[in-house]
Design a protein around this ligand. Structure first.
Ligand code: ACM
Ligand code: ZN
Length: 782
């Protein structure tokens, strides 16, 4: 012991001139609030003392977790020992929980000097996050396991960090019903969550395709509800139902012992596990086991894939259904200490309830208006039970319909609108909109990606997410607890594939939920991800290496009055080539070196060069016209889901393509396009055109009409023409159409373009009566 102290005091402070603020070696994700890089390093050797404030069990646990990382990575084997409160001058690594109130909960201070490393957490969680930051200051190999790394130098730069999260809820979800994942993977997933300072694992334990939690009182849930016939070889949407006599062999469930193990493992890493038990819909697997809880009496089998709508749901008129739910939730709450219990509540098709005498009788006796209010009755009744046990109910945003339960927390998934409505009513909200947080969507070009459920959410798109909607007041914003990434697994059969879809998008979300808004910076994050990928390699995580497509954007440079084109990719350092004349670029033509000017119409093709070959091309039509870079005033708002890039999107010289999910179109949901372009000065105008996209499958329709009008003062407009759209709506293909207008030179400064949306989906459409989309791109003026 004595020898140890003597030797460790000889630790060298190695001056490393390459270390300074912004050094790439400081690559922490999520980015800390405050970092001050100092000169020198602290080297961890097998003589380093590892200390925690004596008597503090949480500090001891986290010190031991750190020792475990070092040892597993083949580094020094250290034993954590207790130390008193006067540790500032002691040589070694010191873990301490010190509630001094200077930092918010979950905050920490990390100080590395040549003498010691001191991590002080405001709470146990804060200390744990300080430890995670320390790991990210070490070489990426610290995350390796079962690998001896002789000669590896375990060195930490001298640094001072103060850090705390922006949001208290930083979550990741995993659906284990559509596909079943072994316990070992669940633990790895929790490790990933904790590594990036997220603090909630939302475990989607039950759904149509399988019940995944042992409930002692209802054995058929495990005997029948957890299994379906194995059609893994067939596409998800083409799987036949179980036939009489067929054996159900795909599935599984977690025993209560396994669940306890997972919850304890997570707790040590400051991850709360929120269980989700779906009701009243997404519950056919329950009905397969206990058909008496349905409206019709069944029989049912556990579905092998998806069909829609899934009308067989729990009967809301049958009291024994509520007894069942209370019994199940009682066992669930005995396993999960979380404040929150998630009861699903999404996508309940009410067909059966409309036909069921028991449900209809409930509507009458309870004085309910309709089936929506019956769902509200259902959720409120379950909430009463959950509240009586001191817990809080969470549900998907459909729980707002028919009246929200008094204390419920809303998970806003069908956009952010549900979250806005809930916050305005004084309910807590977790943001997890399909526009940014659905990690089962494609993250790169579908042509080169493994089959996914649909959609398109790139790493950059996740990073751009702002959980607090601009519509909320400061007071209402307090109800936004944070955000969560959802991983539904219809198209994700294996742990490796789940990692591929979750990572690195969860890294982007980790930064969205942790880092102060004004500290976020995409380019900086992307650079830090390069180091993070080495850590993920060490962790054996099968992350997605990013899209191989070039992203084309333009911007108007006010200084030089020029339209500039910028090429970016998710592959830093890989060269990009491009042409603007419609020919394919070769590996050596027009190497991209930085933003270039665009001064005429053209057809841009750009691609990455790898192994002497140009990879898949991105192609865009460029329109060089007079309105480029001009100010656009919107009289009706575009949706946050499809901004096309924002207020400049329609005058940026780039026209969208049929691959509309890739972010180039501006979408108006239910709204019209109605805007005024200010050309700056009165000038002759003789042609205007605007382009729209239609894709009926995706609820996007051409406008019914387009009106162009001109003004010299911005007050009095005279209409030049109105175009009525005569193109058919009922076609499958995605089509693009230009609405144009040429006329004799007319002097004007202001141009108003108004495209009247169809408003709602037509009667023959699956979304009949629901708001539809209007998708516009470039408004070109000549
Ligand atoms: C959901 O995606 N149905 C919540
Ligand atoms: Zn019923």
């Amino acid at each position: 012991m004595h020898r140890k102290i003597l030797l460790s005091s000889l630790l060298l402070c190695i001056v490393s001139l390459s270390l300074s603020a912004g050094n790439p070696e400081i690559s922490i994700i999520p980015k800390p609030v405050k970092i001050k890089v100092l000169q020198g390093t602290f080297r961890i050797s097998d003589r380093t003392q590892l200390l925690f404030t004596a008597g503090n069990e949480e500090a001891m646990n986290t010190a031991r977790l750190f020792a475990g990382h070092l040892e597993m990575a083949g580094g020094p084997v250290l034993t954590a020992l207790g130390v008193g409160q006067n540790y500032k001058k002691i040589t070694g690594i010191i873990f301490s929980i010190r509630k001094d109130g200077t930092l918010p909960a979950e905050g920490y201070k990390l100080t590395v000097s040549a003498t010691n490393i001191i991590i002080e957490g405001e709470t146990g969680a804060g200390l744990f996050y300080g430890m995670q930051t320390l790991l990210q200051l070490l070489p990426p190999e610290i995350f390796a396991y079962q690998s001896l790394q002789p000669g590896k130098v375990w060195e930490v730069p001298c640094i001072q960090i103060q850090d705390y999260p922006r949001f208290g809820y930083r979550g990741m979800h995993l659906d284990v019903s559509r596909h079943f994942f072994p316990k070992e993977f669940i633990l790895k997933y929790i490790d990933l969550i904790a590594t990036f300072k997220m603090n909630t694992f939302h475990w989607h334990l039950t759904d149509d395709n399988g019940w995944r939690i042992e409930i002692k009182k209802y054995p058929k849930l495990m005997q029948i509800g957890a299994w379906h016939t194995d059609h893994e070889d067939l596409p998800w949407n083409q799987r036949p139902q179980q036939l009489p006599g067929e054996r159900a062999t795909y599935g599984g469930y977690y025993t209560q012992d396994e669940i306890r193990e997972v919850v304890a493992y997570a707790a040590k890493r400051y991850v709360t596990v929120i269980p989700e038990i779906e009701m009243p819909a997404h519950s056919v697997e329950v009905l397969a086991a206990y058909p008496q809880f349905s409206c019709t009496g069944g029989p049912f089998t556990v579905p092998t894939g998806s069909y829609w709508p899934n009308s067989d749901i729990l009967c809301a008129g049958n009291d024994s259904v509520f007894t069942f739910i209370e019994d199940v939730l009682t066992e669930v709450m005995s396993l999960f200490p979380s404040k929150y219990i998630h009861i699903g509540g999404d996508e309940a098709d009410k067909t059966r309830w409309k036909e069921c005498p028991k449900c209809q009788s409930r509507i009458k006796t309870e004085g309910l208006k309709d089936e929506k209010e019956l769902q509200s009755y259902f959720v409120k009744r379950v909430e009463k039970f959950i509240s009586s046990k001191g817990r809080k109910l969470i549900g998907w945003d459909e729980i707002l319909e028919g009246g929200i339960a008094p204390e419920a927390t809303v998970m806003s998934w069908r956009g952010i609108e549900g979250g806005i409505a809930a916050a305005r009513q004084g309910h807590d909200v977790i943001m997890t909109p399909g526009s940014h947080c659905y990690f089962d969507y494609y993250q790169a070009d579908p042509k080169t990606e493994p089959k996914a459920i649909g959609g398109y959410i790139t790493l950059k798109k996740v990073y751009s997410f702002e959980p607090i909607p601009g519509e909320l007041t400061k007071e209402q914003s307090k109800y936004i607890l944070g955000a969560q990434g959802n991983l539904w697994t219809e198209f994700i059969p294996t742990p490796e594939h789940a990692e591929y879809m979750a990572v690195p998008r969860m890294n982007a979300l980790a930064e969205v939920t942790w880092t102060p808004k004004n500290e976020k910076n995409w380019n900086d994050f992307h650079k830090r991800m390069e180091t993070c990928f080495h850590r993920l390699d060490a962790l054996h995580v099968n992350y997605c290496k990013g899209s191989n497509k070039v992203e084309i954007t333009t911007y108007f440079d006010q200084k030089s009055s020029a339209l500039k084109c910028r090429l970016e990719s998710e592959q830093p350092g890989v060269p990009m080539v491009y042409t603007i004349d419609g020919n394919d670029p070769t590996p050596t033509t027009n190497l991209y070196t930085g933003p270039f000017d665009i001064s005429r119409n053209g057809y841009l093709k750009a691609g990455l060069v790898r192994d002497g070959k140009v990879m898949e091309l991105t192609e865009r039509t460029m329109l060089f016209h007079k309105a480029i870079g001009k100010k656009v005033k919107y009289l009706e708002l575009y949706s946050y889901r499809y901004t096309g890039g924002g207020d400049e999107a329609l005058v940026d010289g780039l026209r969208g393509t049929v691959e509309f999910r890739q972010g180039n179109w501006q979408g108006f949901l239910g709204n019209n396009l109605d805007l005024i372009i200010d050309m700056g000065t009165v000038q002759p105008i003789k042609t205007i055109f605007v382009t729209f996209l239609q894709s009926s499958k995706s609820w996007i329709f051409f406008p019914d009409s387009v009106t162009f009008s001109l003004s010299s003062n911005g007050k009095k407009f005279h209409s030049i023409n109105e175009y009525l759209n005569t193109d058919p709506k009922k076609i499958e293909e995605t089509v693009i159409k230009q609405f144009s207008n040429s006329f004799p030179d007319t002097p004007a400064r202001f141009i108003r373009v108004r495209a009247k949306s169809t408003g709602v989906c037509p009667p023959w459409h699956e979304g009949a009566g629901e708001p539809c989309w209007l998708f516009a791109d470039e408004i070109a003026v000549y």
